[in-house]
Design a protein around this ligand. Structure first.
Ligand code: XIL
Length: 328
């Protein structure tokens, strides 16, 4: 149903919270799940398999097997791949966090990591979330939490983009964050940053809004307006990690909640479809069973577009209808 060139993505489940669940690695072992990824989606994002703690578990050791498998699967099924992520405050390995590295050493470590990881997938990963979640809700750098910003200062962002570009000159390089769907201090900080970076020749191509939404909050009705201001400034956009949490408090979702959820998904995809430079819409999970939401948001759940046995929920149908109607 998606218009030509518009990718519908899903996170490829594995690593992260999955490691503590009572099921084996979903992407590797769940045959039905793999079939769903292949059948319904035209883009994949490794959910955890390219994060530092997973792909670079020891200082001089990389673990590329799981990400390689996702990239191969994507190639076999004619899917695009989004790379996630190279510079973040979270999910960094202990050797990095606790290494007491000097600024000079850290810079070298980041540069080597980016050249190694981006270089390995040169020509195979079309968009990279180079930097993830670098601003807080007030639009200030997350300096105390982020090892790179704390030790090297915000100038390291530009270097990360330059290194990623050298490692794969054709890859589109993005910033990415949550809570930046609408027009607010955080999204404005990103708009200012991408303009500043471009003005000094840094290869930055786009901004991704994650789209972790909840029925506990109203839909960010200025999402289209926000994406449009990036579009107007000549940047690409993407909706990179959509899920819509339902407050459950131990119960199950009502029909009405599922309808409202469907409406949030619809509005989110329509916001993306409304701007020229927004060419992908990625959901962060397929079934509640594998979703990070119940693990990270104890009273919320059912945030995905399929039921546990992979039947389409109203949210799935709403996305399909919005895509079929899209004129672009
Ligand atoms: C989440 C994963 O889904 C979990 O498996 C993991 O335990 C924690 O991270 N924003 C992001 C994603 O950019 O990388 C996060 O993914 C969700 C929030």
């Amino acid at each position: 149903m998606a218009p030509r060139g518009f990718a519908i993505g899903a996170a490829a489940a594995g690593g992260g919270h999955h490691l503590e669940q009572d099921y084996p690695d979903p992407f590797t072992f769940d045959h039905t799940y793999r079939g769903v990824l292949a059948e319904h989606f035209s883009s994949l994002t490794p959910e955890n398999q390219l994060k530092w703690e997973f792909v670079h578990p020891e200082r001089h050791k990389y673990n590329f097997g799981p990400a390689d498998a996702i990239v191969r699967f994507a190639q076999r099924h004619g899917q695009k791949v989004r790379g996630h992520t190279l510079l973040w405050h979270s999910q960094n390995p202990a050797w990095l966090n606790e290494g007491n590295f000097s600024a000079e050493e850290l810079r070298k470590i980041l540069k080597e990591h980016i050249f190694t990881v981006v270089g390995r997938y040169r020509g195979k990963i079309h968009q990279w979330d180079v930097a993830n979640e670098i601003f807080d809700g007030d639009g200030n750098y997350r300096t105390s939490e982020n090892i790179w910003l704390r030790t090297l200062g915000p100038g390291i962002i530009a270097d990360a983009f330059r290194w990623a570009h050298q490692a794969d000159p054709k890859a589109k390089l993005f910033l990415n964050d949550f809570g930046a769907e609408g027009v607010n201090a955080r999204s404005t900080a990103y708009l200012n940053l991408v303009k500043e970076l471009r003005a000094v020749g840094v290869p930055v191509h786009g901004f991704g809004v994650q789209g972790h939404l909840s029925l506990a909050f109203s839909f960010p009705s200025d999402m289209a307006a926000n994406l449009k201001r990036f579009d107007d400034a000549g940047f690409e956009t993407a909706v990179t990690e959509v899920d819509v949490r339902i407050p459950l408090n131990g119960g199950t979702a009502t029909e009405e909640q599922l309808r409202t959820q469907a409406d949030y998904y619809r509005q989110a995809v329509e916001a993306c479809l409304s701007v020229r430079g927004c060419t992908s819409f990625t959901v962060w999970g397929t079934t509640n069973r594998y979703s990070w939401v119940p693990v990270f948001f104890p009273n919320e759940g059912e945030a995905t577009i399929f039921t546990d046995d992979f039947r389409p929920k109203p949210a799935y149908t709403a996305l399909q209808t919005a895509l079929a109607k899209a004129r672009r």
